[in-house]
Design a protein around this ligand. Structure first.
Ligand code: IVH
Length: 676
């Protein structure tokens, strides 16, 4: 890794942590990731490497230390959610690599730690969503999602709709109580059917079967889950005093009780056999009727697993070898330049249609000018494409042997393809922007589309409605939407009484959307849904967010310099302040409502508390408790701090600073005493 100054390392760590948290939220909660697993793993690797070199910036809640959480929090708009329960054994993740050398290194570590013979169980890594079932006396009693690894959502009602999961076990030799972990997945056939049904009714599509499976499992309507045709496979048995000495025996037993296990697992007695298995399945998986993203290699012998132990996130006795995403070769027909809501210009190639991982692909992103130059795209080039996290795949490489002689290089435009304003580039940013934010039709339309989207204001309108509103009714500002009349709407193409009324009702209803959704809908750069939630629960009102200084913003755990600066920039622009004032007058929610959950007591009213170390509950929960009892949870110690809540393995730096400033250090027990 290149040389990097301490200051740059700190800000890169913050940036990576923030982005990874947002990606965790997109992946685990929204089931709609925006980057590929490979890109995610690269970011995670870079973060781990920086934290290794600069351990002073390693925080206990860094994304490298905690698993992403899939817990669905209930909120005012959808108060129903799942019952949560604590995992009896923490539900960990796996270390992973794309590189055979690291598999050899993994084997080296195992072989030097063990002094007896051993073997590996090699298994397909199913690309679905993890589930942990509990059976008592042969009956399914609980089905927990991974959650944050410690606490999961109990989705048993949904799990019971999956035909391959038995409610009652077969035979009589199962342990009285045990847990079995596995993966719930959606076969390609069910995925294709679901997406084509969604396309027909204009619902957003799932990018891949994993997201569809995870999204389906979290539906509140079990009958809807049944229609999603989910399937399952189990691979990890847990319980007290189980009589098995190998993983293989465990899986055989699990199978005999009627639970589905993979028929493609294989015991390998040497690392060469492991390699053959990896090579075989890297291509054979393309023939499987479901998605897999790698192979899991587990030490087959159970007893020595314990001595190998665990890192904070994963066991040392197992690892995953991940497959690189599938690729396809096709031809570029033309390149379009899309204009985003913040004016960013993204080049997108139109392709000769080609089949890739079960779906026909017609378009691929080229990201930005730098990427086009790196790829050296020429007109009519044949290119390799790959699926990332998004629905739209990306171009990875040009097949130079197929370049047409004298083909012209594709050059990035200098003018906005819509309003013809000269494009600008900001320092340290590879992207071009159209600066005409108030006059560029495409930008205005995209702002409306984002504002109206389901997770934002959820207004019943799409591209074509906004096109007409902007072009025919001169709607420009988001606030203009709330002044539209039925008479005006009836002048639009093919609008009738009913469509106008439905639209106006939906606009009216949007006034009740919670504050964090309103904040997210404003489309502030860097502010995704989870950052919006963080900001609203910390500051409570838009005025407090607007008045916050850079220092106050970065005080919040999970908010770094880049996000903080973007917030400051947004609120220093008069146009944005005018927009917020107009939306406030209309009656949109710009304050956290005092719901019953929001305040439990005033025991910590006005107290600034910094937490450090590990606790009996996840840190997020501890922070939430501080807020629920009227306090503020801050990330660094200053003279304004009232208490340092110190758990086990508390940061020595924080303890020292607290002592220096004479700040009271409290233990978990004292904390619970205070909020009792
Ligand atoms: S074993 C402690 N085996 O991959 C070991 N996991 O990235 C627990 N997965 O959390 C996991 N197929 O959700 C295991 N054959 C398999 C798997 C598998 C898919 C998932 C699982 C796990 C994740 C790790």
């Amino acid at each position: 890794m290149a040389k990097i100054s301490k200051k740059d390392a700190k800000s890169r760590i913050e940036q990576l942590s923030n982005e990874l948290r947002e990606h965790n939220h997109n992946y685990y909660v929204n089931n709609s990731p925006t980057i590929s697993d490979f890109e995610y793993d690269l970011m995670m690797q870079e973060l781990s490497e920086l934290e290794r070199r600069f351990p002073e910036f390693l925080l206990p809640d860094s994304p490298t230390q905690v698993v992403g959480s899939d817990i669905v929090k209930s909120d005012v708009s959808s108060p129903k959610s799942f019952k949560q329960a604590k995992h009896k054994y923490p539900m960990l993740s796996l270390g992973n690599t794309y590189n055979m050398e690291e598999i050899y290194a993994f084997d080296q570590r195992i072989s030097s730690a063990l002094d007896s013979d051993y073997s590996y169980s090699c298994e397909l890594k199913f690309d679905g969503t993890a589930i942990c079932l509990t059976y008592k006396n042969g009956e399914l009693v609980q089905a927990l999602t991974r959650g944050d690894g410690q606490i999961g959502d109990d989705v048993i009602q949904n799990v019971l709709t999956i035909p391959s999961i038995p409610k009652h076990l077969k035979g009589d030799d199962f342990p009285v109580e045990f847990e079995i972990r596995g993966e719930i997945f959606m076969p390609y056939s069910a995925f294709d059917q679901l997406n084509s049904e969604r396309a027909e009714i204009g619902e957003p599509l799932f990018a891949n079967p994993r997201n569809a499976a995870a999204g389906s499992l979290k539906l509140l309507d079990s009958e809807e889950v049944r229609s999603r045709k989910l399937d399952a496979v189990f691979y990890h048995l847990l319980g007290e005093n189980l009589p098995y000495t190998t993983h293989y025996e465990q899986l055989e037993a699990v199978k005999s009780w009627g639970l589905p296990v993979s028929e493609h697992s294989q015991i390998c007695h040497s690392i060469d056999q492991v390699e053959s298995y990896l090579v075989k399945w890297d291509s054979a998986r393309k023939e499987l009727p479901y998605a897999t993203d790698g192979v899991v290699i587990k030490l087959n012998q159970i007893e020595p697993r314990e001595s190998l132990g665990y890192t904070s996130k994963s066991p040392r006795w197992a690892t995953a070898y991940k497959f690189k995403a599938e690729r396809a070769l096709t031809k570029i027909l033309s390149v379009d330049y899309q204009i985003g809501r913040t004016g960013v210009i993204t080049p997108v190639a139109n392709l000769e249609p080609v089949l890739l991982s079960g779906t026909v692909v017609k378009r691929a992103t080229l990201h930005n000018e730098d990427q086009m130059n790196i790829l050296d795209i020429h007109e009519g080039d044949s290119v390799y494409i790959e699926k990332g996290g998004e629905i739209i795949p990306k171009i990875i490489e040009v097949e130079l042997s197929q370049r047409v002689p004298n083909a012209q290089k594709v050059t990035f435009p200098t003018l906005c393809p819509d309003c013809e304003t000269p494009l600008v580039k900001e320092e340290d940013d590879a992207r071009y922007f159209c600066p005409n934010s108030d006059g560029c039709y495409s930008q205005i339309k995209e702002r409306f589309v984002h504002f109206a989207s389901r997770k934002a204001m959820n207004i019943l309108a799409g591209d074509s409605t906004f096109e007409q509103l902007i072009k025919k009714l001169n709607v420009k500002q988001l606030s203009d939407l709330y002044h539209l009349t039925k008479e005006q709407l009836l002048t639009l193409d093919s609008w009738k009484d009913r469509s106008a009324e439905r639209f106006l009702k939906s606009i009216e209803e949007s006034k009740d959307r919670e504050f964090y959704r309103v904040l997210y809908s404003l489309g502030i750069r860097q502010i995704g849904e989870s950052t919006a939630k963080l900001l609203t629960s910390h500051f409570k009102t838009i005025d407090a967010i607007a008045a916050a200084s850079l220092e106050e913003l970065v005080e919040i755990d999970e908010i770094g310099d880049i996000v903080a600066q973007s917030i400051i920039d947004y609120f220093s622009n008069d146009k944005n302040i005018k927009l917020i004032t107009a939306l406030k007058e209309i009656g949109l929610q710009f304050e956290e409502k005092n719901s019953a959950e929001k305040v439990l007591s005033e025991a910590l009213l006005g107290k600034n508390i910094v937490i450090s170390g590990n606790f009996s509950k996840p840190r997020e929960e501890m922070k939430k408790l501080i807020v629920l009892h009227g306090g503020k949870s801050l990330s660094s110690i200053s003279s304004k701090t009232d208490y340092l809540l110190s758990g086990t393995k508390s940061g020595p730096e924080k303890l020292r600073k607290a002592e220096q400033l004479g700040i009271e250090i409290i233990t978990e027990t004292q904390f619970f005493e205070m909020i009792k």
